[in-house]
Design a protein around this ligand. Structure first.
Ligand code: 89V
Length: 346
């Protein structure tokens, strides 16, 4: 089958891994790169053997014949690039977080809908091998009905070293890793009906919050506690960027713990197995589980673009995750519980 042609907009830290993940999937070829700093696009182009590089995204879209674009720039530019690409390609993929506000996300969704261009979000955390395995345990019903869970993504790892712009975000941990983890919450336990959130800033030299604690009630009646932290605090068991989950059901419990150990406990006893992510030689070992999850994420989006399957992370679906992120900020500000009404899909 002929490979689809795409361009990557943005050649920063994540682009190299995302493009390597595309190569791993096959069936899609990156034929052009854009970056506002041309030399950065040229450097990645040399490394990956991509000759067509641009510092003007409009020019790229005019000159190149593309099936889709993959937007891997920082969130403040997403709306502009989505609007630019809508109607000019068969599909648009945008990095998470899709937008800096719900209104901006709505405009992006509407622009793509008006243009007849599907908009997908590159939301990869839910594609992590250990989280998929945990999802199977929850869905198989061995735990009975889930009444409580906690999900933890707390690390002292210096995320600012590779992504310095994170220091400047007025809304940091909830929009960055919080988007991922709240998406995982929906993926595992369904939609929320209310939440309450506390945020804190521990680093003195960053703009936004680096600690957030979100307590959700799902529509199915479960209580889910989400703890997020990039405070830089040294931890005995530092496992960046692993997500830990503990689930309690009426017939059993499950725990996804350090080093990808998944333990399922029922009346029969505890079954322990390790579900490590695949190791790719192009992945940065410090980010293994995250980088590896880009492969099934891209494969799922590619199948949707080809009309061979449904994408999990459409923009409409991801809008529900963004509603949780912004409801969490609203709660942190007001100190109150925020109700999440059933989806008023934009
Ligand atoms: O995937 C991400 O959102 C990254 C990190 C894992 C460091 O939070 O920014």
């Amino acid at each position: 089958m002929k490979a689809l042609r795409f361009a990557a907009l943005g050649t920063g830290f994540w682009a190299r891994f995302q493009l390597s993940a595309w190569r791993e999937v096959g069936g899609a070829e990156c034929v052009a790169l854009y970056n506002r700093t041309r030399s950065k696009a040229e450097a990645l182009g040399r490394e990956l053997g991509i000759d067509a590089v641009y510092d003007d995204a409009e020019e790229l879209l005019e000159k190149e014949s593309l099936d889709f674009v993959d937007i891997i720039t920082d969130p403040s530019t997403h709306e502009r690039f989505v609007a630019l690409a809508a109607g000019r390609v068969r599909a648009v993929i945008c990095q998470k977080p899709l937008a800096e506000s719900l209104e901006s996300a709505q405009r992006m969704i509407q622009a793509c809908r008006d243009a007849g261009t599907p908009l997908f979000v590159h939301e990869n955390f839910r594609w992590q091998a250990p989280l998929r395995a945990l999802k199977s345990v929850v869905d198989e019903g061995r735990l009975g009905s889930v009444f409580r869970a906690r999900i933890e993504m707390v690390s002292g790892f210096d995320v600012f070293a590779n992504q310095p712009f994170l220091r400047t975000l007025e809304q940091f941990v909830l929009t960055d890793v919080g988007t991922h983890v709240l998406d995982v919450t929906r993926f595992l336990f369904g939609e929320a009906e209310s939440l309450v959130c506390h945020t804190q800033k521990v680093h003195a030299d960053i703009a936004g919050e680096d600690v957030a604690t979100v307590l959700l009630r799902t529509r199915a009646g479960a209580t889910v506690l989400v703890t997020l932290g990039y405070a830089g605090t040294p931890l005995e068991h530092e496992r960046f960027p692993e997500t830990f989950v503990f689930v309690e059901g009426t017939r059993g419990s499950a725990e996804l713990g350090p080093d990808y150990w998944l333990r399922t406990t029922t009346a029969e006893g505890t079954l322990s197995r390790r579900v490590p992510p695949p190791r790719y030689d192009w992945a940065d070992p410090r980010y293994d589980v995250v980088h590896a999850s880009g492969v099934p994420c891209n494969a799922n989006l590619l199948a949707a673009i080809r009309g061979e399957g449904a994408a999990e992370t459409t923009a409409e679906d991801n809008y529900e995750t963004l509603r949780l992120v912004f409801a969490a900020y609203e709660s942190a500000k007001s100190g109150g519980v925020v109700r999440i009404s059933p989806s008023p899909t934009p």
